[in-house]
Design a protein around this ligand. Sequence first.
Ligand SMILES: Cc1ncc(C[n+]2csc(CCOP(=O)(O)OP(=O)(O)O)c2C)c(N)n1
Ligand SMILES: [Mg+2]
Length: 348
Amino acid sequence: MARISGRSLLSDRGFLRELMVRMMTVNQFEEKVLELFGEGRIHGTMHLCIGEEATGVGTGAALKKDDYMLATHRGHGHALGKGADVRAMMAEMLGRMEGSSHGKGGSMHICDFDKGLLGANGIVGANGPIACGAALTIKMKKIPDRVCAAYLGDGASNEGAVLESMNLAAAWDLPVLFILTNNTYGLSTPLERAVRNTDLTQRAAAFGFPAWECDGNDVLAVYETVKKARDYVIREKGPVLVVEHTYRTSGHSKSDKNLYRSKEEIQYWQERNPIARFRCFLTENHIFSEEEIDKMHEEAVQAVADAVDYASACPEPSADSLEKDVYAGEYAGVYGDGFAAGAKGGQA
Ligand SMILES: Cc1ncc(C[n+]2csc(CCOP(=O)(O)OP(=O)(O)O)c2C)c(N)n1
Ligand SMILES: [Mg+2]
């Protein structure tokens, strides 16, 4: 089993504990929503990040609270990693009023503005342009020490909108941190069938900005790499790309029958999952005992169980609120008078 980096962090037990509890919470959240979906309590579809827990948690830990962040369709771990409220997320999954989008969005519309999470997005690649907008706000308002982190998948990295955003962020010196989670598949297509050049860090070089890559199943490597990249964005006032190599052991979405990959391949990665690896690291280095780590697991189980109890007791949105919270019009003022005038005139 590959060694985990991060020796200099060994003495910060509180931080290491927090990383582990968060990864376990992401994992428990995923297992629980899968169960609730099976019981018919969650509608639509959802994309789980089982096997990728270190990417959202390691990245989120390296971002500051006020940093903006945009999650993908596979965004539960991104959101929880940034500190999003578990109860509000579960309420959203169950379609309740107390959900982060008042129960009208579900899995792909999780947001938490207080934590900088501007939203998850079901449109593959859309985070690129939105990140440029958020980063332009940071730049124009001269907000100090803030970046906008945009998650993208390996599949999304071939979208025109993403490549155009990378160019724009570079040309306009925007503080965008592109976080590319390379889980080696875009739906059922392996990376090497989608591109000739599988070195995704070279995307950044093409547009004139730096990139770093890391083992995305090693939570400390992710944390250290994103921290270094964030520092660069702040110091140099321009974009950076981080490529986090990982693997999704869950299916692409609820309808995936896993026909494009072997059981052996999935099992290989299950054995290298980030939570098991971090457990080994913590016990082998005598930082925590097995019993202490079991307690962390129990804490995560409890947090998710509490969220389900809370969400189950919340009301569903009423039928007469069907159009509320759905269209941009009522928020037009947020974007300034120009947008509001356009919206009223039917042109927005
Ligand atoms: C613009 C757009 N095209 C296609 C889809 C359908 N779709 C949903 S997820 C997905 C694969 C995305 O792959 P990747 O970016 O690698 O993210 P991953 O699912 O692996 O996390 C596709 C093609 C979509 N939602 N949006
Ligand atoms: Mg992918």
